[in-house]
Design a protein around this ligand. Structure first.
Ligand code: AMP
Ligand code: MG
Length: 312
């Protein structure tokens, strides 16, 4: 694509969103299905397309901190985290500043709002062209693994989108970390920015109470493939597919090594695409190798437990 073609595609996506339609946008975490955050009818269409329960609050994606400040109330900790990690895979849950900028339906009626600046330049360009926030949950049908390639996004929800932009495979491949700054800072969802990185900026994070209404991304059996998932498996059994990790892992047609060198960032980027690839072999189950739980491993472990149907 030339620059002019890319600009035209960005403008078309922004116009689609302004008209109340949905658009598939690349972000650095996963592909998003976007809607104008201020337009309740567009947000309703988004819930319908995803087949998602209506009470899930969505993340408002903004072009920069200035746009974020129109939506949420930033205290010192919020500004420090925004400066440290935006653009990037960190979502801040803040008191709402303008209840119309992100409509009630998008906030599930809460008086808080989740905000982030996506790292992918195409997503930021579309939001800047629209001039206001979009909500953009992962472009999968509800309960399925998030799409991390353009092809997977089209397969999941392409039929519902008036515009779809190809930004290449997602560099991070895991959803954003969600931190609430309403009272004590709280980790609502582990993700691509690690607990250690956040605590280095604002100090200790409290644990999230496992309250599915406050953070529905924490519901069990989320991100689930068709086949059952078996965790902590040293090796696959008969008729199982296998997600391996690290050097010296078994090999075979149904084995997908998340990172042959044992690199957690590479494993995160491959996680959802390999879950899908393993699922496509129609296995009796998908066995998954033990994966370290430090750093990015906390988020990988969280998603795998949800894929396996355990409450986190
Ligand atoms: P997704 O859009 O699929 O990446 O998921 C959005 C995540 O942000 C979910 O885990 C939501 O529960 C969380 N979230 C969004 N808004 C709020 C809010 N106001 N309070 C708490 N969690 C929120
Ligand atoms: Mg999702």
């Amino acid at each position: 694509m030339t620059m002019t073609q890319a600009d035209a595609a960005v403008d078309r996506a922004a116009q689609a969103l302004a008209s109340g339609a949905l658009a598939i946008l690349p972000t650095e975490t996963v592909y998003g299905l976007a809607a104008d955050a201020a337009d309740p009818r567009a947000v309703a269409a988004l819930f319908q397309a995803k087949g998602r329960p209506r009470f899930n609050p969505l993340i408002a994606h903004v072009a920069d901190l200035a746009m974020g400040r129109r939506v949420g109330v930033f205290d010192e900790r919020a500004v420090a985290l925004a400066q440290a990690f935006w653009p990037g895979p960190l979502t801040l849950v803040l008191p709402v500043a303008d209840g119309d900028a992100v409509c009630d339906l998008a906030r599930a009626g809460l008086d808080s709002v989740a905000i982030r600046v996506p790292g992918h330049p195409i997503a930021r360009a579309v939001i800047a062209a629209l001039g206001r926030p979009v909500v953009a949950p992962s472009a999968n049908r509800s309960g399925r693994p998030s799409p991390t390639t353009f092809a997977d996004a089209l397969e999941e929800t392409g039929v519902f989108a008036l515009a779809a932009l190809d930004g290449g495979p997602c560099a991070v491949g895991l959803e954003s970390t969600v931190v609430a700054l309403l009272d004590d800072p709280r980790l609502l969802r582990p993700g691509a920015v690690t607990r250690e990185q956040i605590e280095a900026v604002i100090g200790p994070l409290a644990e999230a109470e496992d309250d599915a209404r406050r953070s529905p991304g924490r519901m069990a059996r989320h991100y689930a493939p068709q086949a059952p998932v078996r965790l902590e498996a040293a090796a696959p059994e008969a008729d199982e597919a296998y997600l391996a990790f690290g050097p010296g892992a078994p090999e075979g047609p149904r084995v997908f090594n998340l990172s042959p060198t044992g690199d957690l960032a590479e494993a995160a980027a491959n996680l959802f695409a390999y879950l899908r690839a393993a699922d496509r072999t129609a296995p009796r189950a998908i066995a998954v190798a033990p994966i370290p739980t430090h750093g990015l491993g906390e988020a990988i472990d969280d998603r795998l437990r949800r894929a396996a149907g355990f409450v986190g």
